[in-house]
Unconditional design. Structure first.
Length: 583
């Protein structure tokens, strides 16, 4: 079976333009390219260390090129560690401590780059900036992965930020640990400070610090600013106002990391440090801004619920899992049964259970501690053998709540589908109400909670394509979706005029299943405003025909002024704006 995604990327294999700038592509130039490559790093610390990855990769591949980097002076210590690059500073962006700075620090940089490119346009390219890839959400990509893919770099499944560490950082860290009687790998780094809208309460961090010490005997180094106030927890001490190099040295020696959606989390991700990242803000999809590392767990409990703050039990249970599996954490995190990606998102956890969600929305409810309940007789617990009866006139019926509850059920189903050529299948997906999503009293050691996209990805791998969706609402339990699918092998790829797919609280009318999988398969996370973002991405990269189609999808899903405005903009870009059409 092929692994999702199987749909081709939106970006072609040749260089494009982005907002009028010629966009670099690794396949468009030779390794001895000696022209100019411009890098406009994002304003945050995390944006910088992610941008460093692209800078490092292109520096190695094109050593004769002239690398011009626009950066924020707040991160000057790290930026200056790169040899062979020309550094230019854009105005300081908004600062979390002083609240001073500009909200748009890139205006001057872009103006300078346009003037410089006009002299030798064929030898100058933008190699790093904010390239908002139209298909990045459907792929579940972080910004760094989407940006690398836009210029022809293959990030792979294990892309990471890049953190330039010096020997002096490590020497300082070792001296610091010796002074505080700490051993390498036997302490936690806790980073509780970031913008107010992304913070977890100080008292919650304090509880976790105590639990880490009492349960594992680990002392915590708390990295923040003095504005955070001191922590008086036993076994912990505050290390405030450190340099970025000193922080990098301590992270390289730590045993585990706990932080927020902040730059320090991205620094930890560059070092493959077992880590927990807590997401508080709901305005941005967590997977888009996550710190990329196979050794991270992302606590997103509040993202799908009315509550905003994750419970301390959920965070500490995630830490316990990471610490107890620290030697093989990347392997201990389960693989999604639907799309075969790692399930790194924690939606709920306790002392005995943890729910691992994949970026596709499918969740594995896994028991990490035995409660004394026998789970050997899986079929007896489920109450049904896989599949309801079917005839030649009635599609084979699969109910996720009965027939696809466990991994054994799934394997049994896959074997049957491979052995028998079933021309048509109906899958009934139960979608519980959000308030019930974290409640489960099943005695099973592992249980699959399917998402809409998870079913679609799984059936695509099995050779089935969806042809219709019927959504039903249940006042108490939530809703269900009946999905009819046909075998591509026996029936061929279905030709449809349109397809209406339930997408959270709205419905999407798309031209085909392929279009949905390419751009919209993030239903678990998505909100109608995100659909407009797809339109903006297509326009900025010059995909004007696709932008008009996407604008219609967004407007039909939510006919408000904002979506109508972007519908008009897409038509204006297609018919009136004098730029090349890429599709």
């Amino acid at each position: 079976m092929s692994q999702y995604p199987r749909i081709s990327p939106v970006v072609s294999q040749h260089s494009l333009t982005w907002d009028g700038f010629p966009l670099f592509h690794v396949d468009a130039v030779s390794p001895d390219f000696s022209g100019k490559l411009f890098f406009v790093l994002g304003q945050g610390l995390g944006d910088h260390v992610n941008g460093f990855r692209v800078l490092q990769e292109l520096h190695l591949r094109f050593p004769a090129s002239r690398l011009i980097v626009y950066a924020d002076r707040r991160w000057e210590e790290l930026v200056k560690r790169f040899d062979g690059v020309e550094i230019r500073w854009f105005p300081k962006a908004m600062e979390v401590r002083s609240k001073e700075g500009t909200n748009d620090p890139y205006v001057l940089a872009h103006s300078e780059i346009r003037k410089e490119m006009s002299v030798f346009p064929e030898h100058s390219f933008i190699a790093y900036d904010h390239f908002p890839m139209a298909d990045r959400h459907a792929r579940g990509e972080a910004t760094i992965s989407a940006t690398m893919r836009s210029i022809g770099l293959s990030p792979g499944a294990t892309v990471r930020p890049f953190l330039p560490i010096l020997e002096t950082d490590l020497i300082w860290a070792d001296s610091f640990l010796k002074m505080h009687e700490l051993k390498s790998g036997q302490f936690a780094v806790v980073a509780p400070f970031t913008w107010p809208n992304k913070r977890w309460p100080k008292e919650c961090f304090s509880q976790i610090i105590d639990q880490i010490y009492e349960r594992f005997g680990l002392r915590s180094i708390i990295i923040a600013y003095p504005e955070m106030g001191s922590f008086e927890n036993k076994g912990s001490f505050c290390a405030y106002d450190l340099t970025l190099g000193q922080i990098a040295g301590l992270l390289s020696r730590a045993g585990i990391y706990l932080g927020l959606d902040s730059g320090l989390s991205h620094m930890a991700a560059a070092l493959d440090l077992p880590s927990i990242e807590i997401f508080i803000e709901k305005k941005v999809i967590p997977f888009e801004v996550r710190s990329c590392s196979p050794f991270f767990l992302y606590v997103i409990e509040g993202f799908f619920l009315e509550q905003t703050l994750p419970a301390t039990e959920v965070v500490f249970s995630s830490i316990s899992f990471a610490w107890e599996n620290r030697d093989n954490l990347a392997d201990a995190i389960p693989v999604c049964p639907a799309c075969l990606r790692k399930s790194q998102y924690v939606t709920s956890a306790s002392q005995t259970d943890i729910d691992f969600m994949c970026v596709c929305g499918t969740t594995l409810k896994r028991r990490t501690k035995n409660k004394g309940v026998s789970t050997l007789n899986v079929q007896a617990v489920c109450g049904n053998a896989p599949f309801s009866a079917s005839t030649n006139n009635i599609p084979m019926l699969i109910e996720t709540g009965k027939d696809l509850v466990t991994s054994d059920d799934l394997l049994s189903c896959e074997r049957l589908l491979e052995e028998r050529l079933v021309p048509m299948i109906r899958v009934v997906l139960d979608v519980p109400a959000p308030s019930h999503s974290a409640i489960d009293h099943s005695p099973l050691s592992e249980k699959i909670m399917w998402s809409l996209d998870g079913i679609l990805f799984w059936m695509e791998r099995m050779g089935y394509r969806s042809i219709s969706f019927t959504k039903s609402f249940h006042q108490q339990s939530g809703s269900s979706v009946a999905i009819d699918l046909v075998s591509v092998v026996s029936q061929g790829t279905p030709v449809l005029e349109s397809l209406i797919i339930p997408w959270g609280a709205v419905s999407l009318k798309v031209r085909s299943m392929e279009q949905y999988l390419k751009f919209y398969s993030f239903e678990k996370w998505g909100r109608p405003p995100d659909l407009v973002g797809i339109v903006k991405s297509m326009i900025s990269l010059g995909y004007k025909k696709d932008a008009v189609t996407a604008a219609w999808v967004a407007f039909r899903a939510q006919p408000v002024f904002r979506s109508f405005r972007w519908l008009l903009k897409s038509w204006w870009a297609l018919w009136l704006k004098p730029t090349d059409q890429r599709l």
